[in-house]
Each structure stands twice: as C-alpha cells, then as structure tokens.
Design a protein around this ligand. Structure first.
Ligand SMILES: NCc1[nH]cc(CCC(=O)O)c1CC(=O)O
Length: 310
C-alpha cells in the first residue's frame, strides 16, 4: 500500500465537537495530500456513556480515548483526533501524537443569557461547571457564587443554561467557536481569572508509532508553535502527576523563540491557589514544564492534589 492510494480512517467520538475536529483533520489531510481517501469512523466511548458521575470518580480523561486506540490496534482505524485537553499525559507506548494542529482561542468563556460579565453576577448566582480547575479559580475570584455541577457535551450544557438551570456557565471558547456559536461567548475570561487547562484549544492527531508512512503524512498538519506550547504545558502536568480530572491550569505563550509557562494548582473550594511561571527558549519546554511543576510542589501543590485522591 503506497501513500498514493491509501485510505485513512479517522476514529472519532460522536459529539458535535469531536465530529467537527475529525472533519477538520479530514479536510486538512486532503488539502495537503489530495491523493488520499479519508473516511470517518464515529464511535461511542465509555466517557460518553457515563454521564451522571463526576469524571474524577470513574477514571478520568482516558475514558474518552481508549476505544479509539483499540480501533487503531485492531486495524479498524488509522488515526484518532483528540482535543489535547482530554488526552492524558501518560500515553500508551504503542501510540504517539504525531501532529498538533494550530491552536484555537485557548481561554474559557463566560456564557450567560442575562449577565454581561462574571463580575456582574449577583451574590449567590448559580454557575455551572464540572471542572475542578474552573471551580477553584472562580471560587477564588467570586467566593459568593454558587457553583453547580454541569456535564454533557457543549450543546447539552448550553441547553441546560437556556432552560434556566443556571445563571451562567463556563465553557472553553474553542468549542463554541468551532461549533459556530461564538456569539454565545459573553466574556472571555482572562488568564489571571481563569488559567486555561493544559492543551486547551489544540487538536492532536494520534496514530500507531509503527506506521511510518502515516507519520510522514501527518507532519504537514503539525503547527510548531502550538506543539511547543502544548509540550511545555503537558510536561508540567506530567511532573505533577495530574492524571485524571484535576484543579490544574497550565498555559504557555510564545513570543518569537521565548516561551513563558504559567501553572496553577488550586483547592477546589478556592481558598488556596498556587501559581508559578518560568521563561526560556521554546525548545526547552519540557524543562520549563518540570521547573514550574517543582516550584508549585515547593509551595504545597502535592498536598492539595493528594487530598483530592483520598
Ligand atoms: N472537557 C471537554 C472539552 N474538551 C475540549 C473542549 C473544547 C475546547 C478544546 O478544544 O480545548 C471541551 C469543552 C469544554 O471544556 O468546554
């Protein structure tokens, strides 16, 4: 089988956002390699089926990608497309992330039908998010708000807001933009209020490490600045062993060849938030990630994280 006539099958979750990302990767593959045939293989994953339990209790983010990896191991699919935010830092040995696509808006969005900003919410207003990272930072900023659990895909969450279950909800801006719902973003939360999650807004492409031909084809879709940023962000989480759903923010910026990484670990109740930053050459992202993680551990991040796993 030559790269000339190869059919690339993309394993993807079935949510609207996952399908958008898979279609995006299909379009990019065909743009760079018009000779290919590209097909989508939509699948349900454990993470999609169990909707009533907080993710941290049922095994975390890996639940969303295991089925996709099995499809690749069994030869039913060639690549899997992921939101980098949902990809655990501990990666199975047989697979690699062989392209990281250009990053969309990495910040969190405040979405409300009544209020213009998070600061305009009245005391005791009900805000929906299931992310411990968002909860921790929003409680720190506005201890008076009432944070309530909110799960499901982007459309489900918006429907719950529109039904009046919440005064506001927090979602990733990237998901809303990709789904053509940018107008629902009322306020973009700046990183000093809500530091984004590792990899937020970036899409990664995974395939088997033994598929050299495919790895070469995927190189055309890789965006070096995004990859350098995400490598640094993930190195921080790896050092912190931020395995499942955790109150950790990790956000890198790139200015020419200079990378600045900021990390945050917070108590879910918002009573203690730790921050650290490091700056250096872009290719040293892994070292910077470890440096920021160790600065956070020195401040007591280990105790905050340990308390969550008990
Ligand atoms: N946890 C779910 C998830 N995974 C990726 C995105 C979209 C943004 C992205 O690509 O990072 C979302 C939705 C959200 O957090 O609001």
């Amino acid at each position: 089988m030559s790269a000339e006539n190869r059919t690339i099958r993309i394993a993807t979750r079935k949510s609207a956002l996952a399908m958008w990302q898979a279609e995006y990767v299909k379009a990019q593959l065909l743009k760079h390699h018009p000779q290919l045939t590209v097909e989508l293989l939509p699948m349900s994953t454990q993470g999609d089926k169990i909707l009533d339990t907080p993710l941290a209790k049922i095994g975390g983010k890996g639940l969303f990608i295991k089925e996709l990896e099995i499809a690749m191991l069994e030869g039913r699919a060639d690549i899997a497309v992921h939101s980098m935010k949902d990809v655990p830092v501990m990666f199975p040995e047989a697979f690699g992330l062989h392209a990281i696509c250009p990053r969309e808006n990495p910040f969190d969005a405040f979405v409300s039908n009544q209020f213009e900003t998070i600061d305009a919410l009245p005391q005791g207003a009900v805000v929906g998010t299931s992310s411990l990272r968002r909860q921790s930072q929003i409680r720190k900023h506005r201890p008076d708000l009432n944070i309530r659990d909110l799960r499901g895909n982007v459309n489900t969450r918006l429907a719950k807001l529109d039904k009046g279950d919440y005064d506001a909800i927090i979602l990733a801006a990237a998901g809303l933009i990709r789904l053509g719902m940018e107008e629902r973003i009322v306020q973009q939360l700046p990183p000093d209020i809500c530091l984004p999650a590792v990899g937020q807004g970036a899409v990664g492409i995974e395939c088997r490490n033994d598929d050299a031909q495919l790895i070469e084809l995927l190189a055309a879709l890789d965006d070096a600045p995004t990859r350098l940023r995400v490598i640094a962000e993930r190195a921080m989480n790896e050092r912190l062993e931020g395995g499942c759903q955790v109150p950790i923010g990790s956000f890198a910026t790139l200015d020419d060849d200079t990378l600045t990484l900021t990390g945050m670990v917070g108590k879910p109740d918002g009573t203690q938030l730790l921050f650290a930053s490091a700056t250096g050459k872009a290719h040293r992202g892994k070292v910077l990630g470890v440096e920021v993680a160790e600065a956070l551990l020195e401040q007591g991040a280990g105790e905050i994280l340990k308390a969550l796993y008990q």
